[in-house]
Design a protein around this ligand. Structure first.
Ligand SMILES: Nc1ncnc2c1ncn2[C@@H]1O[C@H](COP(=O)(O)OP(=O)(O)OP(=O)(O)O)[C@@H](O)[C@H]1O
Length: 363
């Protein structure tokens, strides 16, 4: 699966551009603030409908315009698919192969881009919501059933919270508690199963990146193996919070409050990790995600790497370049300095210079 053509109009600082990327390696290079990340963002939106940056539709539209237009052509399993996305401040219009998209799940399987960006690295150290989002996004991408389940959980959560604030509503809480537990168990089971599946690769990659000097782990606050135990745990959590829930009018336990623990050498990343260690952690997580997508779908995903080599020492950089070179999938990487890539042997890559939102393919 790869992006064979990308055309953008009035997207961020890119007024008009069309590129024909290589099915293998593409390097977007240029000074800071020229539009490299914007290109990656457009590809990410073609795969996910949303940006990986926390942005509103109007931020995506070129300042002097009222509409952005994104067009992507994707080669998958030997056939071509097209994606067209029109963005206006009031919303997005999406066409897959010229037809309106009814189910988001159909759409998410069209390109499956995986992003590695400094914004995401920051999530490892931030609030629990960011770490949950990292995990959930990875699962959404591979499991079409996860999105409706997450939506069902959100619905139960909203209903249950509303009852806390409705006079006499607490009498009806019990049935919504049961619905919440049922829906929540799906989410927790999926999160556990996903981590169980990728843990071996993740551990292995992290060890290699760190030259066998460190170990990393992602730990959920519940045990994955035991189904009944998972349910009992959820009930006990709710029971423990009951009094506070009535006081605050909010559901205080469940998948929406889980805090996945990211650790290096048994210590929380939040408190101890350096920038380089956080990056290595994300590299290992994303690498595991990529390998998992490849194993589950039989096709390598498109990899988007935004400025990923800064703050990695030479050994860690070297490991990652070797990994990239050994892969079959399509890669887009941004950089201000192409020299390390040329030295690493990425000579087969297609290079695009980016200046003031204008892209030029180097000869
Ligand atoms: N809606 C918009 N309309 C016009 N220009 C925009 C819009 N949104 C962002 N920009 C411009 O895009 C540029 C930033 O582009 P981008 O984030 O892709 O930079 P970059 O080349 O990746 O740089 P860096 O190496 O610093 O990450 C800035 O000049 C910013 O002003």
């Amino acid at each position: 699966m790869y992006l064979s053509s990308l055309a953008l109009r009035n997207f961020r600082n890119i007024v008009e551009t069309e590129i024909l990327p290589s099915p293998a390696f593409n390097v977007l290079w240029g000074d800071n603030g020229q539009g490299k990340t914007n290109i990656l963002e457009s590809i990410y939106i073609i795969g996910h409908l949303k940006s990986f940056r926390n942005t509103r539709n109007e931020d995506l539209i070129e300042h002097n315009s009222i509409r952005s237009q994104l067009h992507g052509e994707i080669i998958s399993g030997g056939s071509k698919r097209t994606v067209d996305i029109g963005i206006e401040s009031r919303g997005k219009e999406v066409l897959l192969d010229g037809k309106e998209v009814r189910h988001a799940a159909t759409f998410f399987s069209a390109l499956r881009p995986v992003i590695f960006s400094p914004e995401e690295v920051a999530l490892t150290k931030g609030a629990p919501a960011g770490r949950r989002a990292l995990l959930d996004r990875a699962i959404f991408q591979i499991d079409p059933a996860y999105l409706p389940r997450a939506q069902e959980y959100e619905r139960c959560l909203r209903q249950r919270n509303a009852l806390f604030r409705t006079p006499g509503g607490t009498n009806q809480i019990a049935s919504w508690t049961e619905a919440l537990i049922r829906a929540g168990l799906h989410i927790r089971r999926s999160r556990s199963a996903y981590l169980t599946r990728i843990t071996a690769i993740f551990n292995d990659v992290y060890k290699k990146i760190s030259g066998n000097r460190e170990t990393a782990s992602i730990i959920l606050p519940y045990t994955p193996e035991n189904e009944q135990g998972l349910e009992d745990y959820f009930r006990q959590e709710l029971e423990r919070c009951r009094h506070r829930e009535i006081l605050t009018g909010q559901t205080l336990a469940g998948p929406h409050r889980d805090d996945p623990l990211f650790q290096i050498n048994g210590r929380s990343i939040r408190q101890f990790a350096s920038q380089g260690q956080q990056r290595s952690f994300m590299l290992a997580f994303k690498t595991a995600q990529i390998i998992d997508i490849e194993e589950q779908t039989g096709e390598p995903p498109v990899l988007l790497l935004d400025d990923m080599t800064s703050e990695l020492d030479k050994n860690r950089q070297g490991y990652f370049f070797n990994f990239l070179l050994s892969r079959k999938g399509q890669v887009f990487v941004t950089t201000t300095d192409i020299q390390p890539m040329i030295s690493a042997g990425l000579t087969e890559a297609r290079f695009f210079s980016v200046k003031n939102g204008i892209l030029r393919q180097d000869q």
